[in-house]
Design a protein around this ligand. Structure first.
Ligand code: NG1
Ligand code: ZN
Length: 547
């Protein structure tokens, strides 16, 4: 690194001093925290993104400013790699180091050392696409990212302004594949593949029924608003245009955790209507409906597990259709990936379909990695973040088959549906918009109402609790996060509680996005799940102390 580069970094870094006592870790989804403290973090991640672009031969990298489902006063930043996936985990320790460097001098020294070790040639051309969600703090944080990127010589930041997280990831992936990569190209891609799937719906009387979408007062509802589907009837509420606070009493996280209607829903006209919720940056999707007028705001929730089950059923049906000798698995390998938060009933259902079910640690980067090991890998977190990954070789095989089969045959239609799904569904990350379109088209394909879909299996009652503790890192878990190794003795105590309940299951883990320890509990009745959740939360408090 030459003197000009060092001077450029020192000068810009002085604009963004590290607030005292800020200690950050890249976590499950980048850095998150109170927005007022994040200027230096976002600036530094700007530098990291530029270096990543240089390291990978000038490929385009993405930087998204969002704190997803967290409260509006929080914000965060994460990096999209050139593939459109999450930042390679190999770079996370460097991200942690620079985010926590206490002075400009230390920061520059860390960068210099890293650049030399990684043999990054400064002076090449680098490009970083910047996006942000609707948080008011996003605008100035984006400026900090811009300064970070351009303080690395030869690197440019391109401001893509308001975007959903998955849209930014999609753009990065498309750009690096040499494809058209604007928001309008994304819309066009969705429309073309959606139309293709609609044309292949077998039932003659194609019936459109209304879907009501809760946009979480965030960017997802606004992007959906820009995109008109003449073939779907979608009413969008909670767009944030008429007031309403981001993620406050609205959005996928609220709906999934509280199992009640979001604000703006629940009138008698909503009873039985198919509804969906996005989270604040539209990478999560859940469905729900109000079962009756007397439900008191309680909903029937169709979470990520149920979306996964619907997708798995549909994909399996198509695969079975053209695997003519019936030997499923010979041409394709379909696998599903869940986390410990998946409802036990969903896992039983998926296994009952004869599917290969594997488990990954919480955080989509872990699920994505495992899903990529299959020809068709479907992953979902219970909270609604997920997608379907198709391997490139499998898509080529499908396209080849499409040419050989006679148009209009069942096999041809099945293959064409899978090709269309691989184009529709975001291959980079979970995407609430493309996920919603696929759910809608599969329901039409099956001729199912939301109630019928809900009957695939019945969720085991579950409960999630957040416990605020002085130091959440005191909890250390096994790799699948189902058992706590530390504090010593807590797992035995948890096991003692679990034993008291029929179909009891519970685990704890430190959150990667909030300063809490999370408790998950499941049992055969809601009362038992609540009681198990509460007693495990009590154990966490007594072993770690409450803050
Ligand atoms: P943490 O805070 O690490 O539990 C939450 C979600 C993850 C993932 C990330 C990223 C739960 C229990 N955890 O992580 O699944 O989506 O946020 O947004 O929902
Ligand atoms: Zn999100």
């Amino acid at each position: 690194m030459d003197d000009t580069q060092i001077a450029s970094l020192l000068k810009s870094s002085d604009l963004f001093p590290l607030p005292q006592s800020l200690k950050l870790s890249y976590g499950t989804a980048g850095f998150r925290g109170d927005a007022s403290l994040l200027d230096s973090t976002v600036y530094r991640v700007g530098i990291l993104s530029a270096l990543r672009s240089l390291k990978l031969g000038s490929s385009t990298v993405g930087l998204m400013i969002t704190a997803s489902h967290n409260k509006v006063s929080d914000n965060g930043v994460k990096v999209a790699d050139p593939s459109g996936g999450m930042l390679s985990q190999e770079w996370e320790p460097f991200a942690d180091q620079i985010a926590n460097a206490s002075s400009s001098e230390e920061l520059v020294w860390l960068i210099k050392e890293f650049v030399e070790r990684e043999k990054i040639s400064i002076g090449g051309v680098g490009e970083v696409l910047l996006g942000r969600d609707t948080r008011p703090s996003g605008y100035s944080l984006l400026r900090a990212a811009e300064i970070g990127v351009s303080s690395v010589l030869g690197c440019v930041a391109v401001d893509k302004d308001l975007l959903t997280t998955p849209l930014l990831h999609w753009m990065v992936r498309a750009k690096n594949k040499g494809l058209n990569a604007s928001k309008y190209d994304y819309f066009e891609n969705l429309t073309t593949s959606l139309m293709c799937l609609i044309d292949l719906i077998p039932v003659s009387e194609f019936k459109i029924t209304k879907l009501v979408l809760d946009g979480a007062n965030g960017v997802g509802g606004q992007v959906m608003n820009e995109f008109s589907f003449c073939t779907l009837d979608v009413e969008i509420r909670n767009t944030g245009f008429q007031g309403g606070v981001l993620n406050e009493g609205v959005g996928a996280d609220f709906v999934q955790k509280e199992k009640v209607v979001p604000l703006g829903f629940g009138s008698k006209d909503d009873v039985g209507v198919r509804c969906a919720s996005f989270d604040g940056d539209a990478d999560r999707l859940v469905y729900f409906y109000v079962p009756s007028e007397s439900s008191g705001g309680k909903i029937e929730l169709l979470d990520g597990d149920k979306i996964l089950s619907l997708f798995a059923l549909f994909v399996k049906e198509q695969l079975n259709t053209f695997d003519d000798d019936g030997k499923e698995g010979e041409l394709s390998r379909l696998g599903v990936v869940q986390t410990a938060y998946a409802n036990g009933a969903s896992t039983d259902y998926l296994k009952g379909l004869g599917l290969d079910v594997v488990f990954a640690k919480t955080g989509v980067k872990h699920l994505h990695e495992k899903a990529a090991e299959f020809d068709v890998g479907i992953y979902f977190e219970a909270n609604g973040h997920g997608t379907i990954l198709f391997s490139e070789s499998f898509v080529s095989l499908l396209v080849g088959k499409q040419k050989d089969l006679s148009e209009g045959s069942d096999e041809y239609n099945a293959v064409s549906r899978l090709v269309a799904v691989s184009n529709l569904i975001n291959q980079a990350v979970g995407d609430a918009i493309s996920g919603l379109l696929l759910v809608e088209v599969i329901l039409q394909h099956m001729g199912w109402s939301v109630q019928k879909w809900n009957e695939l299996y019945k969720d085991l009652p579950s409960r999630q609790v957040k416990v605020e503790v002085p130091d959440r890192t005191a909890v250390v878990t096994t790799s699948e996060e189902t058992e706590a190794l530390k504090p010593l003795g807590i797992q035995d105590a948890i096991n003692g509680e679990i034993k008291k309940y029929k179909r009891g299951r519970a685990f704890i883990r430190p959150s990667g996005t909030e300063d809490v320890v999370r408790v998950y509990a499941e049992a055969s009745t809601q009362e038992d799940a609540d009681s198990l959740g509460d007693s495990v939360a009590q154990l966490v408090k007594s072993f770690l102390g409450s803050s």
